[in-house]
Design a binder for this molecule. Sequence first.
Ligand code: ZN
Length: 244
Amino acid sequence: MNENIRQVLILQDRDMKFSRLEEELESLDPERQSAKRDSLKRQQIYEEAKQNLVKLEVRRKDLDNDVETKKTQINKYAQQQLETRKNEEYTALGREIDHAKEAISKIEDEELELLEEIDSYKPKIEEAKGIAEEAKAHEVATLADFDEREKNIEKELEVLEDERASLIEKLDSKLVRHYERLLETKSGKVVVGVDHGNCSGCHMKLQAQTLVDAKSGRDMVTCTNCGRLLYYTREMIMPDELAD
Ligand SMILES: [Zn+2]
């Protein structure tokens, strides 16, 4: 193979690696943010669960207070019953006492249900806590891992930049200019092989002269259709009529 083309192929390989690493570097930040968001969300779920339990316990305390109030009322009515001499008033107070007792019974039923709810809620909080802790640990590990990856990628990019500079130094400047112009306008590879007599960049059939030039290892053989730099290697299969 033409030595210049061989060098340009190495350059292309390094440039593609450079682009891949740059893309990877750019992808790190969104991934970082996503790990942070996930951890924050789990933490919020845990905090909400804790707050809900506090609310349930406040409600329970309120019910306790209600029971106490009713009991005080009952005592007051009972005292009034002792003090009255009127039968009618005595009976009325008795009814009040019965009402208050009924109310207490209802409150106590509600309290029992609430206690069950509180009991079943506690394992959920423990679960949410576990999930939040796991997410936090994952976040910390991910961030550390990404920092490490970022450092490594930056180091690799530096190495590639140095390699690129020394490759370009050795290469024909006209060839480099052509290569760089192609990089700006074409996607994917710009130094491409001959494949079955076609350009493997644009897949158009190459002219017989172009094939001969490529095969002879001449400098700067380009596809007349897309302008990509062409190279030919022995392993490439040529159509029979074009093989010499
Ligand atoms: Zn082409």
